[in-house]
Design a protein around this ligand. Structure first.
Ligand SMILES: [Zn+2]
Ligand SMILES: [Zn+2]
Length: 221
C-alpha cells in the first residue's frame, strides 16, 4: 500500500491515517488490562521525541497517540505508586527498567528524561515551561533547571503559573499533570498549539544545540 503521505491532494484518507500507515519505525504494544501494562497494540515513534525531552512530555505523547487516560499511564510508574499522588520524575525514583518494557524506549533515553541533581544542577519542584515549546509539544528537563530563567530556544521567560487561572502544578508524574497534555494542569488552558502525531516535526538544529549547551553549562556551574 502506498503511503497517503506521498499523495497529499489525491488521498481520500483522513490525515491521521498517515502516521498509522507509515511503518515500520513505530513500536506496537497492547494493554494487558489485568496488569495495566502495555505489551502489544500501542503506537509510539521514537522520532516524535526531542533531545532532553522530559518524562512528562514523553508520556503526554504516548497518551495522545494512543488515546489513553492519565490513570492508565500513571500506573506505568508501578502498581505500588498511587496514581493521584504520583512520583517525582527524578533519577533513582522512577523505575526506568519497568518503563522501558512498557514504552519500548531505550533506558538511556528514559534516564535522560529524568531530573538528575548532580553537580550544580538544581531543579524546580513545580512545573516550569516555555509556552512556545508546549505549543510545539515539548517540555524539557532543561526547563526545570532553576538556574535558567528563559527558554534556551525561544528566549522567552519560563513560567510556572498558568496565564489564565494563575495556578502552578507540582512537577510530579501523577494523574493531574498527565491529564494536562501540554495544557494547564488546573484549567486546561492551551498555549496556542496542540501536539498530535500528525503535526509532529523535528526540532530545529539550532534549538537542539541551544538545549544541549544550556544543560551542560548548568551542570558545570
Ligand atoms: Zn521554548
Ligand atoms: Zn490554568
Amino acid at each position: 500500500m502506498s503511503s497517503p503521505v506521498m499523495q497529499p491532494d489525491a488521498s481520500s484518507s483522513p490525515p491521521r491515517s498517515a502516521w498509522l500507515l507509515s511503518e515500520p519505525a513505530f513500536l506496537i504494544l497492547t494493554l494487558d488490562e489485568s496488569r495495566l501494562t502495555p505489551s502489544l497494540g500501542y503506537v509510539f515513534r521514537r522520532s516524535w521525541l526531542y533531545p532532553h525531552e522530559s518524562l512528562i512530555s514523553i508520556l503526554w505523547k504516548f497518551e495522545t497517540a494512543n488515546a489513553l487516560s492519565g490513570v492508565v499511564v500513571a500506573r506505568l510508574m508501578g502498581l505500588d505508586v498511587d496514581p493521584y499522588e504520583g512520583i517525582v520524575p527524578r533519577r533513582g525514583v522512577v523505575d526506568v527498567v519497568r518503563l522501558q518494557e512498557s514504552l519500548g524506549l531505550p533506558v538511556e533515553m528514559l534516564r535522560a528524561a529524568l531530573m538528575d541533581p548532580v553537580g550544580r544542577r538544581r531543579y524546580s519542584d513545580v512545573f516550569r515551561y516555555c509556552r512556545r515549546c508546549l505549543a510545539h509539544g515539548y517540555h524539557s528537563v532543561v526547563h526545570q533547571l532553576e538556574k535558567l530563567s528563559v527558554c534556551p530556544a525561544h528566549r522567552r521567560m519560563l513560567e510556572t503559573r498558568c496565564w489564565r487561572c494563575g495556578r502552578e502544578a507540582p512537577y510530579r508524574v501523577n494523574v493531574q499533570l498527565l491529564e494536562a497534555r501540554f495544557h494547564c494542569a488546573c484549567c486546561y488552558a492551551g498555549h496556542g498549539g496542540t501536539w498530535t502525531p500528525d503535526n509532529a516535526e523535528p526540532m530545529k538544529p539550532a534549538y537542539r544545540s541551544a538545549f544541549a549547551r544550556r544543560y551542560l553549562e548548568c551542570c558545570l556551574g
